[in-house]
Ligand binder design. Structure first.
Ligand SMILES: NC(=O)c1ccc[n+]([C@@H]2O[C@H](COP(=O)([O-])OP(=O)(O)OC[C@H]3O[C@@H](n4cnc5c(N)ncnc54)[C@H](OP(=O)(O)O)[C@@H]3O)[C@@H](O)[C@H]2O)c1
Length: 375
């Protein structure tokens, strides 16, 4: 069948905050499948903050998008044609499928097959996917919060922040969010059960420092840093002796053409005198242990111990708007784009396996601990 593929390409690099004119729509015919290849119809795309880094001409921990190339994005797709004996037609897969209607691959492992009995497709793009597993490994490997400690999370209303907050709450920690507005502060307390939340928009570093101090009178033991920049500078003097800082994201400096040139107060003095541990985090380092984290999070979501939220917009045309909404903090949950419905009748992956692994009678947590290295 002759098919055409609608794509979104990056035609300019951002100078400051990304804008809609960086993207261009293009439609071109799909080439016929070669031996060993498989064709997927893209179902959901995830609008992730990390994509901003890929748009820049800056050295990072992933490949950058070259100008004119289809804009990168992670998402979920279904195989609709296969000339690869290892890839079944109908299987639902997660991977870097990019901002387009169809994707062709040859490596069967480029996109991982999902078991939708374990979690829904949208959960696989949030609490059970890259954002949930980020929260999981940051907390277990770097931050290591203990009951009674205060955990402060910037971008507290983000998908990563929301999962982290709920996990910390269940460990007996006090959880505090930093978010853009007062309205959002109230909302994240309801949605993710934060004990307190402060807003940063329109405030000086000094003002934000004292607002944090007011809601964290005993100081901050763990800072889950999704923003960097001025927000993190306001946190510094609130940190306790032996605090841990997990550096996870750079939302507050994403408007800079080169994030390496962010300037601000140096933190060595505070780190030294308070013996603070600060460590960067990249999920790619935990690839071989993802299964265990996914298993644990899928069970938590199924038992409603972790609540997950999505903001779904439909159609290729909505992608630039959805991406910019995410950047403006206007999305109500993980910002997704839906491109097509999954044909569940076509997916022959046995769901009972996923259901069994997450059932109350199955020792999922023990198994997850084993697979994640004994956390
Ligand atoms: N290192 C890794 O391996 C890894 C993996 C996954 C995610 N992450 C990071 O985790 C963080 C959250 O990701 P996510 O996918 O969960 O995000 P998300 O759900 O898409 O939410 C994005 C958040 O960014 C905040 N934001 C937007 N512009 C901002 C600005 N100028 N200053 C401060 N905050 C801003 C918004 O909150 P407000 O309205 O409150 O500002 C919004 O809640 C990001 O920094 C991302 O890069 C890192």
């Amino acid at each position: 069948m002759n098919r055409s593929n609608k794509t979104i390409r990056l035609i300019k690099r951002p100078e400051g905050k990304p804008t809609a004119d960086l993207f261009a729509f293009k439609e071109s015919p799909l080439p016929p499948l070669k031996d060993g290849e498989y064709l997927m119809r893209n179902m959901y795309l995830s609008m992730d903050p990390a994509l901003i880094g890929r748009m820049r001409d800056e050295e990072g921990y992933t490949d950058n998008v070259t100008l004119g190339e289809v804009m990168h994005a992670y998402g979920i797709a279904q195989v609709i044609e296969s000339k690869n004996s290892k890839v079944k037609v109908g299987s639902v897969r997660l991977g870097q499928i990019n901002m387009q209607e169809y994707a062709i691959f040859s490596d069967p492992d480029a996109c991982k097959e999902l078991n939708l009995g374990l979690a829904s497709a949208t959960d696989f793009l949030s609490a059970v996917g890259l954002t949930g597993t980020t929260a999981y490994f940051v907390l277990n490997e770097i931050a290591k919060p203990k009951a009674g400690e205060t955990v402060l999370i910037s971008s507290g209303g983000s998908s990563v922040g929301g999962v982290a907050a709920q996990m910390c709450k269940s460990m007996g920690c006090k959880t505090v969010a930093i978010v853009s507005t007062e309205e959002k502060a109230q909302k994240v307390k309801r949605d993710f059960l934060y004990d307190a939340a402060v807003s940063y928009r329109g405030k000086s570093i000094e003002q934000l420092y004292s607002d944090i101090k007011q809601v964290c009178p005993d100081g901050v033991d763990v800072y889950f840093d999704n923003t960097s920049g001025d927000i993190s500078e306001a946190v510094m003097d609130n940190l306790n002796l032996h605090a841990r800082i997990a550096l996870v994201g750079r939302m507050a400096i994403s408007h800079l053409a080169d994030t390496r040139k962010d300037i601000g107060r140096r933190d060595e003095s505070i780190l030294l005198t308070k013996r603070i541990k600060k460590q960067g985090f990249v999920l790619l380092d935990y690839q071989d242990r993802l299964k265990g984290a996914i298993l644990y999070l899928a069970r938590q979501v199924k038992e409603k111990k972790i609540k997950t939220k999505f903001d779904v917009m439909e159609g290729m045309e909505q992608i630039p708007t959805a991406f910019l909404r995410m950047l403006d903090g206007k999305s109500d949950g993980k910002q997704l784009i839906k491109l097509a419905d999954i044909d569940h009748a076509l997916d022959k992956t046995p769901r009972w396996i996923g259901r069994l692994l997450t059932s109350r009678y199955f020792p999922t947590n023990k198994l997850a601990k084993k697979l994640t290295g004994g956390i």
